[in-house]
Design a protein around this ligand. Structure first.
Ligand SMILES: Cc1cc2nc3c(=O)[nH]c(=O)nc-3n(C[C@H](O)[C@H](O)[C@H](O)COP(=O)(O)OP(=O)(O)OC[C@H]3O[C@@H](n4cnc5c(N)ncnc54)[C@H](O)[C@@H]3O)c2cc1C
Length: 457
């Protein structure tokens, strides 16, 4: 008899787990609350503009490219333009490119001489991370306060929209934490550490940052298309349990009696943490409370289009991020029409600006008109933009990205204990083992393998 698995949530994590389970010959049902799958991945075409409301791009990895190749999407991949390698940060009101190579640190005007010496001394810093060290403490200890303020803080804001003083380094940046553990130094590890051998599906010389010709949603749309017979959209799952079921199998509760009547050998939770908390409340009240505590800062994404002749700064990079010490109201802005081709008409720039996050959460309460004004003023000042935008649009993420804050290890341990106590339930979502699209793809592949093993037993 074919084993049955229910996957709850059709973001990239749930779609990938369902896809790989189906490939392994498992009878899968994917239940998604919204009419369209994709979760955070949301691309919109507006005339000649291509807007990303969620992730703009992802980093190349073997798992991702094996998936892309299997789905027949290799031709649709859009590598970032070469110039997008350059990333700016704002210092003393001026945009300055971050050094891309260690040798460039000597010449950069991002860091003072004192900070440059701290970087060069990093391999000789002997101390090691304590169990609950924040990202800011970790980098201050290894590289000094100035690097933590001007390179790490904006970087954290660009990835997590988070607060480096609160994020737990071991959970938020496990590979950097491991570098210190294995090599005693980040610089040494970067130079000597083993690099993953690229899979044959990764095109040679491709930029490390990629999307698709028609945006990131190409990937989730294609996965959903492959799962058409296994997919139920527009169905909200309310609870997981074992009510009057045969052979101790799992069931889920929705408003659809047909789904409620089915039973499963395993269930995958691929929803955000605040939903997962409700799904398991009757199974483990303690973990449910912990999941509710995971902070998701609010984030407003503002997309603005300007005539190129009105943008006086030469946009020759990925965009810019702003360190907290600069005290500005936006977190940064991506130059979407520079990073990828065909995102806007040739004579126009499309800019994606972020407001809020853990740093300025209170700004999320402002009206759309006020947020548009903030974006206009800041871009006007930083990029020397003149005149009015051709258009501005906004998407509000009330709960954007889960923060792996100090104390996160209790949540991680709670999840592991829950999976042991409730055999057959698996967690696979961005609040567990990594938030990037690449992390979600990798974790889904590993979860599908774990489930295959569990079903075999
Ligand atoms: C604004 C923004 C920008 C980002 N930028 C980047 C970037 O540039 N690069 C990068 O790598 N990552 C980026 N990320 C992070 C990345 O996009 C996400 O971490 C990832 O897409 C999360 O995928 P997921 O499937 O784990 O969760 P989600 O995408 O949250 O999917 C969860 C799914 O569960 C469904 N669901 C919820 N409740 C229920 C229910 N009760 N029953 C059934 N279904 C339910 C939801 O509708 C949703 O489809 C960004 C995130 C945001 C918000």
């Amino acid at each position: 008899m074919m084993k049955k698995v229910c996957v709850i949530g059709g973001g990239i994590s749930g779609l990938c787990v369902a896809y790989w389970l189906k490939k392994k010959g498992v009878d899968v049902l994917l239940v998604e609350r919204n009419a369209v799958c994709g979760g955070n991945i949301q691309t919109e075409r507006d005339g000649d503009y291509l807007i990303e409301w969620g992730p703009n791009s992802t980093l190349v990895s073997n798992h991702l490219f094996e998936l892309i190749a299997e789905l027949g999407l290799l031709e649709a991949v859009a590598p970032a333009n070469r110039s997008a390698k350059k990333r700016y940060i704002l210092k003393d009101g001026k945009l300055r490119p971050l050094p891309l190579k260690i040798a460039q640190i000597i010449w950069t005007d991002v860091f003072s001489t004192k900070a440059k010496l701290s970087i060069l001394r990093e391999p000789f810093v002997k101390s090691k991370s304590t169990e609950n060290e924040s990202v800011a403490e970790f980098f201050r200890r290894r590289l000094g306060a100035e690097v933590a303020d001007y390179a790490v803080d904006p970087f954290v804001s660009g990835i997590f929209a988070g607060n480096p003083e609160k994020l737990r380094v071991e959970s938020a940046f496990p590979s950097v934490f491991q570098m210190e553990k294995d090599y005693g130094s980040i610089l040494k590890a970067s130079a000597l550490g083993k690099k993953e051998k690229p899979s044959r599906f990764v095109p040679k010389g491709i930029s490390r940052t990629v999307s698709f010709e028609n945006g990131m949603q190409t990937l989730t749309d294609k996965l959903a298309e492959n799962l058409l017979d296994e997919l139920k959209t527009g169905k909200e799952v309310l609870e997981i349990g074992k009510w009057k079921t045969d052979n101790g199998k799992w069931k889920i509760k929705t408003d659809d009696e047909k789904i409620n009547a089915r039973s499963f050998d395993a269930v995958v939770i691929a929803t955000p943490s605040f939903v997962a908390a409700n799904l398991i409340e009757n199974l483990d009240g303690e973990l449910s409370e912990k999941l509710k505590e995971i902070y998701h800062p609010p984030l407003a994404v503002i997309v603005s289009a300007y005539g190129r002749e009105n943008v006086k700064k030469d946009l020759d990079g990925f965009g810019f991020l702003i360190p907290k010490v600069e005290r500005r109201t936006i977190l940064g802005s991506l130059w979407s029409s520079v990073i990828f081709e065909n995102r806007a008409p040739k004579d126009t720039h499309l800019l994606t600006t972020y407001i809020g996050g853990a740093r300025n959460a209170e700004l999320f309460d402002k009206t759309d008109a006020e947020l548009f004004e903030i974006a206009r003023e800041e871009l006007g000042d930083i990029l020397r933009v003149q005149g009015e935008p051709i258009f501005q649009r906004i998407r509000r993420w009330e709960k954007a990205i889960p923060q792996y804050n100090l104390g996160y290890e209790k949540i991680e341990n709670g999840i592991k204990q829950f999976e042991r106590n409730n055999q057959g339930i698996f967690f696979c979502s961005n609040f567990y083992r990594g938030i990037s699209v690449g992390d979600c793809v990798k974790n889904s592949c590993e979860t599908a393998n774990e489930i295959e093993k569990f079903l075999g037993e």
